[in-house]
Design a protein around this ligand. Structure first.
Ligand SMILES: [Mg+2]
Length: 369
């Protein structure tokens, strides 16, 4: 009872389990920041009263942050027992526990993994998919293939790009930020030549350049038919993005590093990018994504996803300005039913929740003890 008003009970958290797996990637990813050969994924199972179990996973960028997130979750698990499983209540419960360390990095991984699993558990309990839980119909989402195409030689990039179109993808993303502009240009031209004309080519610098070098390279790349140029400079240098946007016609894409919806609000207020892409982990799980997709809609800006395509496909279905699903197959080996791409679109999940369920044999094989 609260001020004499009856407040109906929400389901409580019964049990939480976190596991870290190290999954080999089909195609190692060489970006301007690091070469990644294995995906460290934090898997969360969250059981609520009534027996429904929600699943969620987070890409952890490396072993050390993955281990830290898993350990943090292990210590939180006993305290979480008996807490409200409603995602908004869970967020309020977690916020003060993350405040001193700062709501980013490992703290953000733990929070988002729990949030995604809680939403999944509720969707299962209600007998609907996550997209339906958010008021949308499951929908096919246009996907580009973001596997591979790291900082490799132009000839190798062209061969790889052709292979990546299998599955009918309407776009692929290549990484840029080679030692010289000429090498980047050569690679872009080699890949563009091999792709069908209707195929979209995205390019990602992973924050490699100084403002001056970004201006030089982006202007030089402006006539190469790129669908977007992603993160040429430091992710939060919004002043440089705003200036860059006035110099080129190619759309500027940022957002995978928005740490919560307020970062997106700042970027949109400054009109420093043409498109935004959201990472379900950094933005604050499903709960953060809902706010972010509302912001993008209010600004009429196209919203794409970053990594974790299984849950992102459902979230994009519920996002009014949905644009592209970034497809990577990094979790495929540990999933019972990996996300399927057909004719360039994600196949909508018809069951309950997010559709994420573990292939337990594979989880055991890749478990980090
Ligand atoms: Mg990126």
């Amino acid at each position: 009872m609260h001020w004499g008003v009856h407040v109906p009970d929400t389901p409580r958290i019964h049990h939480v389990q976190g596991r870290l797996v190290r999954v080999p990637m089909t195609r190692p990813l060489g970006t301007s920041a690091a070469v990644v050969t294995h995906a460290f994924l934090l898997l969360v199972d969250l059981q609520i009263d009534g027996g429904s179990v929600g699943h969620g996973y987070i890409f952890c960028y490396g072993e050390a942050p993955g281990r830290a997130a898993a350990e943090w979750l292990r210590r939180l698990a006993p305290e979480l027992q008996g807490q409200s499983a409603a995602p908004k209540n869970l967020a309020e419960w977690l916020a003060p526990r993350m405040r001193l360390v700062g709501h980013r990095g490992v703290a953000s991984m733990v929070t988002a993994a729990l949030d995604i699993a809680a939403w999944d558990a509720h969707s299962h309990a209600c007998g609907v998919s996550l997209a339906q839980m958010l008021g949308a119909s499951p929908a096919p989402i246009r996907a580009y293939n973001s596997n591979g195409l790291g900082l490799v030689d132009a000839k190798i990039a062209a061969i790889e790009a052709e292979v990546l179109l299998e599955g009918g993808f309407g776009g692929v993303k290549m990484r840029l930020g080679r030692p010289t502009l000429e090498q980047d240009l050569e690679a872009v031209r080699a890949v563009r030549r091999i792709l069908p004309s209707q195929c979209h080519l995205m390019a990602d610098f992973n924050q490699a350049l100084s403002p001056a070098e970004a201006s030089r390279r982006c202007c030089a790349l402006d006539d190469e038919g790129l669908a977007w140029i992603e993160e040429p400079v430091r992710h939060d240098d919004y002043a440089t993005y705003a200036l860059l946007r006035t110099k080129i016609r190619t759309p500027l894409q940022i957002g995978e590093n928005f740490q919560g919806p307020s970062a997106m609000a700042q970027a949109l207020a400054l009109r420093c990018c043409d498109y935004v892409m959201v990472d379900v982990e950094r933005i604050g799980g499903v709960t953060g994504w809902i706010d972010a997709s509302g912001l993008a809609a209010a600004h009429d800006v196209e919203l794409s996803s970053h990594l974790m395509p299984e849950v992102s496909a459902q979230l994009l279905a519920a996002s009014p300005t949905r644009h592209w699903l970034e497809y990577v197959d990094w979790a495929t080996p540990i999933l019972k039913r990996p996300l399927e791409i057909r004719d360039g679109y994600s196949v909508p999940h018809e069951g309950h929740g997010t559709g994420v369920e573990w292939n337990e044999d594979a989880v055991r094989a890749f478990l980090v003890e």
